[in-house]
Design a protein around this ligand. Structure first.
Ligand code: 15L
Length: 264
């Protein structure tokens, strides 16, 4: 295990629940937090209910951990109020707490929606300028810049993982390009927690899909090698989904349906 106490925020969410058992292998103590209710603590776990927008609560949450996997916050397009509280203020509170308590490494669950207004005919890498597809994507872009500031000023290393679509299986044709298996997500988090020098890095969270919009050549130092692929689901997904309407923005842009959710 690379860290004695590892904090995972957002433990009640989809990815938090999927990573909870897997991350046991990465630490002696897995501290879990969420604003909502979580399953009771098992051996080797601590469960702490906390609102990311509450600075004092976040400070106590972070005390005593060596690394953080930050899944907490709003994970879909929402009105400005909840995005501001959970993703903007919440991310600030988390990094302030990390600075105060000397936490040196964070894995930040960013999102493909930071880049959602690139076309599905384009390939993006870590240096492509952000083109968020809504307030949610914008809040993730803020988290990425915030973590860069805390790296440049205080040396807190962060991997901004622009997760594509991490679900048990790709749900539609778009996800054949954006899909990431839970096992690959865990492999990527493990690589981020254990690579000797992480720095401030942007990496796309994706499996080894033949059709892809993401180029991770600038994140080779993390040492992530995906082992799964959406290719095994391709035929089944094509068979059960309709021919795409190419005039639909949800089909033209990488962010899919998110590019149409509004008004902002
Ligand atoms: C995300 O950022 C969401 O959290 C997730 O629920 C999916 O919608 C995913 O992006 C996606 O783009 O498929």
């Amino acid at each position: 295990p690379s860290h004695h106490t590892l904090l995972m925020t957002g433990a009640a969410g989809g990815l938090g629940q999927a990573m909870r058992a897997r991350l046991q292998a990465n630490c002696q103590v897995l501290r879990l937090s969420d604003i909502g209710a979580m399953a009771p603590a098992q051996a080797g776990e601590e469960v702490v209910q906390a609102d990311l927008a509450d600075a004092d609560a976040v400070k106590s949450l972070v005390a005593g951990c060596q690394a953080i996997v930050h899944f907490g916050g709003v994970s879909t397009e929402q009105p400005w109020g909840p995005i501001l509280q959970a993703n903007i203020i919440g991310a600030y509170n988390l990094y302030e707490a990390a600075r105060i308590h000397g936490v040196k490494r964070v894995v930040f669950a960013s999102s493909n929606h930071v880049m959602g207004f690139y076309r599905q005919s384009e390939v993006v890498d870590a240096l492509s300028p952000p083109r968020p597809d809504g307030l949610y994507g914008l809040s993730k872009a803020f988290g990425e810049d915030l973590s860069r500031l805390y790296f440049d000023r205080y040396g807190i290393e962060t991997a901004c993982v622009r997760i594509g679509s991490s679900f048990p299986e790709p749900k539609d044709r778009r996800m054949l390009a954006s899909w990431m298996s839970y096992d690959d997500l865990h492999r990527l988090i493990t690589a981020c927690l254990t690579t000797p020098v992480l720095g401030h890095s942007i990496i796309y969270g994706t499996s080894d899909n033949s059709v892809s919009w993401y180029d991770n050549h600038l994140a080779r130092h993390i040492g992530y090698r995906p082992q799964d692929s959406s290719d095994t689901y391709r035929d089944a997904v094509y068979a059960r989904t309709p021919e795409p309407d190419l005039s639909d923005p949800a089909v033209q842009f990488q962010g899919g349906g998110f590019v149409k959710i509004g008004p902002l």
